[in-house]
Each structure stands twice: as structure tokens, then as C-alpha cells.
Design a protein around this ligand. Structure first.
Ligand code: FAD
Length: 186
């Protein structure tokens, strides 16, 4: 069949190539990923897992996350390095609990997303999505849990910090695109 379309987005996806770990004692998840704990340790002592191939429990979002973004592959190894070096020095292990982040460029527009949201979260728009610059925010209760910013990097930078701090937001103030996001707290 033929479907007319102005633009086609092909979501190919990615799958960890972890079949060779079968029988090693390293637990694999439902997506074939390595199941890491909050310290990014696998189920075999002294074996860590980071990046696209590993999921981890997010205390912030209350669920296990499998993040396929560059920033996650950059930040995870920091926690692993701290835990390898700190473990040898007898320090308590560091916890990996990031606000996930990615950016991309689509049709000449700078697209950034921070956080993690579910279908049940409240969606709020800042600006007109038919225009060149707008942001969409997701609230869980009063808390900002995620935002997608198109051509509004300041929203992203402020929103990321607001997600991290968990400060309650005012949903009415938040929908005013002229108001800085950091000035839309409850
Ligand atoms: C088309 C595309 C577009 C993307 N665009 C974006 C974007 O706009 N923004 C963003 O944030 N992220 C984007 N990503 C995702 C980002 O590239 C990944 O999240 C990131 O590269 C993951 O890094 P990694 O080190 O975990 O894994 P990888 O970069 O996949 O590195 C894993 C490496 O391990 C090697 N390897 C695999 N098995 C073995 C083995 N058995 N022995 C030895 N080596 C092995 C592989 O060859 C590979 O070099 C994109 C990905 C794709 C595919």
C-alpha cells in the first residue's frame, strides 16, 4: 500500500550484542541488555556495565532504565571509575542516577530532551509547536520529570536543573514561554 507523507521517521532501534555472555553468570534483561545495579555492577563480581548495553535501576524515576543516548555512555563510566578506584580504597560505592539527556538536529532545528516521562504524566506546552522554537514539559504531580526543547536551549538548561532538584512547579506560569522556566516554580 502507499501512504502519502511529508516526512517519514524511521525508528530502527538498537539491540545489545550480548549473546556471547550466555552462561557467564552475567544476568541479561528482556532486551538482551546487561542488568546492572545502581552502582553499575553486573551480577558477576568486579564486572561493570555502562552505555547502550546496560540497564540500571533509577531511584529518581522508580523504574529500570535502558538509555540509548550518547550522554549516558559518557556519564556512566565516571561512576564506574569512581567505584573501581573508591572500592579499592574502601569507600562506599557511588550511585548512578542521572537525569537522562540527548540532543539531536532535525530539519535544521536543535532538539534537546532531558528526563524521562510516562504516558500518565501531564503534558504542558510552552510556545506554538508550529513555530520554530517551543518546549513541551511533563509534570508528575507538581514535579517536572521531563522536557523536550526545540530551539530553546535555555529552557533545557534550566529544566534539567529543575528536574534534578525536584522543586514543585506552577503549571500556569510554566506555560508562559516569555517567562524563564526557573521563574515558574510554585
Ligand atoms: C544512527 C544513530 C543516531 C544516533 N543519534 C544520537 C543522537 O542524536 N543523540 C544521542 O545522544 N545519541 C544518539 N545515538 C546513540 C548513541 O550513538 C549511543 O547511545 C552511544 O554511541 C552508545 O555508546 P556505547 O559506548 O554504549 O556503545 P557503542 O557506541 O555502540 O559502542 C560499543 C562498541 O563495542 C563494540 N563491540 C560490540 N561487541 C563487542 C565484542 N564482543 N567485543 C569487542 N567489542 C565489541 C562495538 O563494535 C562498538 O564499537 C545514535 C545512534 C545511532 C545508531
Amino acid at each position: 500500500s502507499r501512504l502519502p507523507a511529508d516526512a517519514v521517521v524511521v525508528g530502527i532501534g538498537a539491540r545489545p550484542a550480548t549473546a556471547w555472555l550466555a552462561g557467564s553468570g552475567i544476568e541479561l534483561g528482556t532486551h538482551g541488555e546487561i542488568v546492572a545495579d545502581e552502582h553499575l555492577r553486573s551480577t558477576v563480581p568486579d564486572v561493570y556495565a555502562v552505555g547502550d548495553c546496560a540497564s540500571f535501576p533509577s531511584g529518581r524515576y522508580g523504574e529500570r532504565l535502558l538509555v540509548h543516548h550518547w550522554d549516558n555512555a559518557l556519564q556512566g563510566p565516571r561512576t564506574v571509575a569512581v567505584n573501581i578506584v573508591g572500592g579499592a580504597a574502601g569507600e562506599p560505592p557511588a550511585v548512578y542516577d542521572p537525569v537522562p539527556y540527548f540532543w539531536s538536529e532535525q530539519f535544521g532545528r536543535f532538539v534537546q530532551y532531558a528526563g524521562h516521562h510516562a504516558a500518565a504524566d501531564t503534558t504542558l506546552w510552552r510556545g506554538d509547536p508550529s513555530g520554530p522554537a517551543w518546549t513541551v514539559c511533563w509534570l508528575r504531580g507538581e514535579r517536572l520529570v521531563a522536557l523536550l526543547a526545540v530551539g530553546r536551549p535555555r529552557d533545557l538548561a534550566q529544566g534539567r536543573r529543575l528536574i534534578e532538584s525536584g522543586v514543585p512547579m506552577n503549571p500556569v506560569l510554566l506555560t508562559d514561554p516569555a517567562r524563564p522556566l526557573k521563574a515558574a516554580t510554585a
